[in-house]
Design a protein around this ligand. Structure first.
Ligand code: HEM
Ligand SMILES: *[C@@H]1O[C@H](CO)[C@@H](O)[C@H](O)[C@H]1NC(C)=O
Ligand SMILES: *[C@@H]1O[C@H](CO)[C@@H](O)[C@H](O)[C@H]1NC(C)=O
Length: 322
């Protein structure tokens, strides 16, 4: 009897320590039963009108969750002493933020001040992945929203496009994501685009010898000058063949030296990551399975729960400024 209660106590302690006890599947089932359906409906409608919103929802979750916590700090606008994370150089090229308000407005109409912006970020990423031909992921909810921006420390968490693989692996490791999961998550670069300013370092004065020469020439045609105007909409597709499908073409491209950024291409030259690239290139289901596992880990990074943070009324502002 006594050992049994000690065991129970230990289990409880472990749950508390792991910090996962407060997130649960369908957290809003009583407070807002239609919440998840409304999000799926809005995300699908937006995708049908502007397909690249789905790509944005996927990038959002990385930028929000890897910095401290999945708490929608990313979405705060600059005002009243808060400087938006969106202004960071690392956020360059992020788009479609205004459509988050469309999703939030639909939820506020159904159940005011109930569904967090942090959960909107996670669930919209989940739905976006499915719309982009990726796996259907079971995502827990119950996150709350931050009242602060982490712009000052953001670059300590989000790597740069030309950072080395050791740094990238250590950043993901701090979030509890292993090497295999990191490789899978970078597979998100199977969709979307990269602006020339993030590419020219590999194209001028000489084409990086790890790039396939014909592909390099093609990239130079996309990015004809070594110092592009950051405001110019010059970019290359991550995966020119299936740019809107979350598939393993990204890994096939890496193996044929058609990785766009240095963070991408390095995955094949490091012995810690190369075997996973090969496995994912040869098996799309395995990529999807690893992607699901790692995205769940990312989306459960250190959430605010219980009475921490708040449920924002407008995802752009903390409630005291609303
Ligand atoms: C080492 C880690 C990573 C770095 C350094 C990185 C960096 C970048 C950069 C520089 C861009 C291009 C921005 C532009 O020029 O417009 C980009 C695009 C993108 N990233 Fe990442 N990324 C990383 C990991 C991830 C992860 C883990 C995800 C999601 C799970 C992700 C999702 C995306 C998506 C979807 C795009 C395309 C955005 C669009 O077309 O609007 N990235 N990333
Ligand atoms: C990787 O980058 C970090 C930070 O820029 C640097 O300290 C480290 O020496 C680099 N490691 C390698 C193997 O180049
Ligand atoms: C993070 O790195 C440490 C040290 O190498 C390792 O023991 C640990 O298992 C890693 N964590 C994950 C999630 O891979």
């Amino acid at each position: 009897m006594a050992t049994k209660s000690v065991l129970l106590l230990l289990q409880l302690l472990l749950l508390l320590l792991s910090g996962e006890c407060d997130l649960e599947l369908n957290y809003y089932k009583e407070s807002c039963p239609k919440a998840e359906d409304i999000i799926t409906e809005q995300v699908t409608e937006l995708y049908n009108k502007h397909g690249n919103t789905a790509v944005s929802w996927l990038r959002n979750i990385f930028h929000d969750c890897i910095v401290e916590s999945c708490d929608a700090s990313l979405l705060l606008d600059t005002m009243n002493g808060i400087i938006s994370e969106k202004t960071s150089q690392r956020s360059f090229g992020m788009r479609n933020f205004k459509y988050i308000n469309t999703i939030k407005d639909a939820l506020e109409t159904e159940c005011p001040l109930t569904v967090s912006c942090a959960d909107i970020l996670s669930l919209s990423a989940r739905d976006a992945v499915a719309l982009l031909g990726g796996p259907h992921i079971k995502m827990k909810t119950g996150r709350r929203d931050s009242t602060e921006s982490y712009v000052a420390v953001l670059t300590d968490f989000i790597p740069n496009h030309d950072d080395n693989i050791s740094l990238v692996l250590s950043r993901f490791n701090s979030t509890g994501i292993d090497e295999e999961g990191t490789v899978a998550l970078l597979g998100a670069h199977s969709v979307g685009r990269v602006h020339c300013m993030n590419l020219v370092g590999r194209l001028y004065p000489d084409i990086d010898p790890t790039i396939d020469p014909d592909y390099g020439e093609g990239l130079r045609r996309r990015c004809p000058t070594p110092d592009p105007d950051p405001k110019a909409v010059q970019y290359a597709r991550n995966d020119p063949e299936t740019p809107m499908v979350l598939d393993n073409m990204y890994f096939k491209n890496l193996l044929s030296h058609k990785g766009l950024m240095l963070v991408d291409q390095q995955l094949v030259s490091d012995p810690r990551t190369a075997p996973f690239v090969e496995k994912m290139a040869s098996d799309n289901d395995y990529f999807h399975q690893q992607f699901s596992r790692a995205l769940i880990l990312l989306c459960q990074n250190n959430p605010l729960t219980g009475d921490q943070g708040e449920i924002r009324k407008d995802c752009r502002y903390v409630n005291s400024y609303n």
